[in-house]
Design a protein around this ligand. Structure first.
Ligand SMILES: [Cu+2]
Length: 120
């Protein structure tokens, strides 16, 4: 009788331990999902910095115009994925990349200004 009680206690401890392990893993995943990745690109001195940015799928990229001249951020891929308005100094434009691919872009005011976002 005494033995079967201690086996039950052991099984209960094992069960709770397993449960705790699973719960711990679950909360790690939840924490990762609470913070969507984001990256910044600075627009300054007639250039995008960094000119090439590599990000995971789902990343929101925000361009900020730090120049004292207006610029735009316009994708040059076939589907014209994103297109900002003309950004004055300190204005921002954000786009969330939900598909993998290479997204070249340029400033439509100064077409020599180019950059690209690689989403993987
Ligand atoms: Cu420009």
């Amino acid at each position: 009788m005494k033995r079967s009680v201690s086996i039950a206690a052991l099984l209960a401890a094992l069960f709770l331990g397993t449960l705790g392990f699973c719960t711990g893993q679950g909360s790690d995943v939840a924490n990762a999902q609470e913070k969507p990745p984001s990256m910044e690109v600075k627009v300054d001195n007639f250039s995008f910095g960094p000119a090439t940015l590599t990000v995971p799928v789902g990343t929101t990229v925000t361009w900020t115009n730090r120049d004292d001249i207006p610029h735009t951020v316009v994708s040059t891929d076939d589907s014209k994925t994103f297109k900002s308005k003309v950004l004055d100094t300190d204005e921002k434009f954000s786009f969330t990349f939900s598909r993998a691919g290479i997204y070249p872009y340029f400033c439509s005011v100064h077409p020599k200004m180019t950059g690209k976002v690689i989403v993987q």
